[in-house]
Design a protein around this ligand. Structure first.
Ligand code: GLN
Length: 567
């Protein structure tokens, strides 16, 4: 598939606000998990399709400073940006739909805002004033919203949670004030709600939406557009009723139906008139015509696969698929590039931690992927999965911890380092169970400066985070897959494969085909005499897009497709 041209900058659009961005605030009501992030991402893509430049942001009301230390069981995956921020997984949707790389300044939480305010207070920046939610906390939020406001045509800001949540109030108050501070017409509010369907009476109920809008209005926000999730088509009569009771134009009540694939969302929202409603709300006329070819192509690839491959993801957080969101999406993109559907089976690594019978769990898959993770639980199972893939010649992709496990497997079973392991699992002082083939890195180079970490550093943000360059060996499988020998990819880990074992492992046949530019940190390993076995220290899944699948995922699924023809 051709990497699609997604317009990132608009050509001649200055409009009445000059180069100042227009703001679209996206809020949610009635229940959570309505797909606000997806709606925001799809709207971003539709505005781009009309030639506008966009930036998307997430404001999260929780008190954690960032999601970096939150359990994946609770919060889903942590999405890492090039500039090293640990952010909400919605930023992944934004990036996948718009191709605009997310930045540190695209994500903020109440915790971050409060800690900045408190730091300022301690420093005496407020000159002895009483610090209050209004104006100090709200001003801090407004300052955040203003960052980069002259860089794009539209700034889309999603508020996490639902209206009425106690933690969300300062954010709602801040966006209310913000829209008031700006000239009339520079900000609009889009609210997502649910229209529940009562099967017994065969009716869609509008009351929860009315209540949710009332709640918003009571804090001074009048939505311009309502996006209503519904299982059933919304009858004209109900749409009129919602418009009347919620004080929104009828054409601005947009339906959001359940979709087979999230990648239908841009076309589906366009068909329901969402982008037109947004341009109307800003009085942008005539509206530039959208070019939706990219999304038609994506739709076609999602809906018309020519085969299916089965991939096992052997992980720890398999009960919550959101924990590996970007991996699942990147596999789908790889499938789209190869015109196959990728069927993912989630295999809990702990299941065969102690069992010898790995084959019963992994037989029949066309490829095995061991994703990132933290802590020892499940790691022996992952090592067995890597061994199974190597011996049975099943395509294997190891990501971060998945690479470390593949290296430990090679050390133990091929290079003769019988007790090879990771320092991550040896925390009891004086009781070393493993020879640390994977060790705790304390010092490394980022760009042209040195980063140091002390053992006692707190858990937040002490990892090697964000984009780092790697140099690939010419002629290696990865160099072929990437089509280049210099890459940069996003990292998020504390431990590294120890370069001291490189010679020994290479003698055993494992090739270190990607290294940090200074040659100190192994970035990629591969078994050359295997159909496809690659481990990467970074997270390639974070940069994959449906219209531009990541080269490793594209090649991995291609290998799985070849495998499916063999079995
Ligand atoms: N726990 C490992 C480390 O910190 C791997 C991290 C990951 O997979 N993201 O190095």
């Amino acid at each position: 598939m051709q990497p699609a041209e997604i317009p990132h900058t608009s050509k001649n659009f200055t409009g009445v606000f000059g180069h100042m961005a227009r703001y679209i605030f996206i809020t949610g009501g009635v229940v959570s998990s309505l797909g606000k992030g997806l709606a925001s991402a799809a709207l971003g893509a539709l505005l781009q399709a009309r030639g506008f430049s966009v930036r998307l942001r997430k404001l999260d009301p929780y008190l954690n400073v960032d999601p970096g230390t939150m359990s994946p069981f609770e919060h889903g995956e942590v999405f890492v940006t090039d500039d090293g921020a640990e952010t909400d997984l919605d930023l992944g949707h934004y990036e996948r739909f718009t191709g605009v790389p997310a930045r540190m300044t695209d994500s903020v939480s109440s915790g971050r805002i409060y800690s900045t305010v408190l730091e300022k207070e301690r420093r005496g920046d407020y000159l002895g004033k009483t610090i209050q939610v209004v104006p100090h906390v709200t001003n801090e939020i407004k300052d955040f919203l203003k960052i980069g406001d002259d860089e794009v045509d539209f700034m889309l800001c999603e508020i996490g949670g639902t209206v009425g949540d106690i933690e969300g109030l300062p954010f709602f108050e801040a966006i209310r004030q913000f829209s008031h501070d700006k000239p009339r017409g520079q900000c609009i509010f889009m609210h997502l709600t649910l229209l529940p369907y009562l099967a017994a009476s065969g009716e869609l109920k509008t009351k929860p939406t009315q209540h949710s809008v009332k709640e918003l209005q009571s804090i001074g926000i009048a939505p311009d557009i309502l996006v209503c999730r519904s299982e059933q088509p919304i009858p004209e009569k109900e749409r009129e009723k919602i418009a009347l009771f919620c004080n929104v134009r009828k054409e601005h009540v947009v339906a959001a139906y359940d979709l087979k694939s999230i990648y239908e969302a841009p076309l589906a929202y366009h068909a329901q008139g969402l982008d037109q409603a947004v341009l109307d709300a800003f009085d942008i006329s005539p509206a530039p015509k959208p070019d939706l070819n990219v999304w038609h192509d994506v739709y076609d690839r999602v809906h018309n696969p020519e085969g299916e491959v089965r991939v096992a993801i052997v992980g720890k957080y398999t009960q919550l698929e959101d924990a590996y969101k970007s991996i699942a999406e990147a596999l789908t993109h790889g499938g789209m590039a190869n015109r196959v559907k990728v069927k993912i089976d989630w295999v809990d690594a702990e299941v065969f931690d102690s069992s010898e019978d790995v084959a019963t769990h992994l037989e029949g898959f066309h490829a095995i992927l061991v994703p990132g993770g933290f802590g020892e639980r499940g790691t022996e199972g992952k090592i067995k999965a890597a061994q199974y893939a190597r011996e049975q010649k099943v395509p294997y992709l190891g990501i971060c911890l998945g690479m470390q496990m593949a290296v430990i497997e090679a050390a133990r079973n091929v290079a003769g380092v019988k007790t090879a392991g990771s320092e991550e699992f040896d925390h009891e002082a004086g009781k070393k169970r493993f020879e640390p083939v994977v060790y705790h890195l304390k010092e490394w180079v980022q760009g042209n400066h040195k980063v140091e970490r002390k053992v006692g550093d707190d858990k937040g943000g002490t990892m090697r985070l964000g984009a780092y360059d790697a140099t690939l060996t010419p002629g290696s499988r990865v160099a072929e897959a990437y089509g280049t020998t210099t890459i940069d990819e996003r990292h998020r880990h504390r431990y590294e494969v120890d370069v001291a074992y490189k010679d020994q492992l290479e003698k055993a046949g494992l090739v270190f085909s990607g290294m940090s530019p200074d040659g100190k940190l192994p970035e990629i390993v591969e078994w050359p005499d295997h159909p496809w076995f690659i481990g990467v220290q970074f997270h390639p899944e974070l940069k994959s897009k449906p219209f531009d699948p990541h080269p490793l995922f594209k090649d991995f699924v291609r290998a799985a497709k070849d495998m499916s023809r063999l079995v």
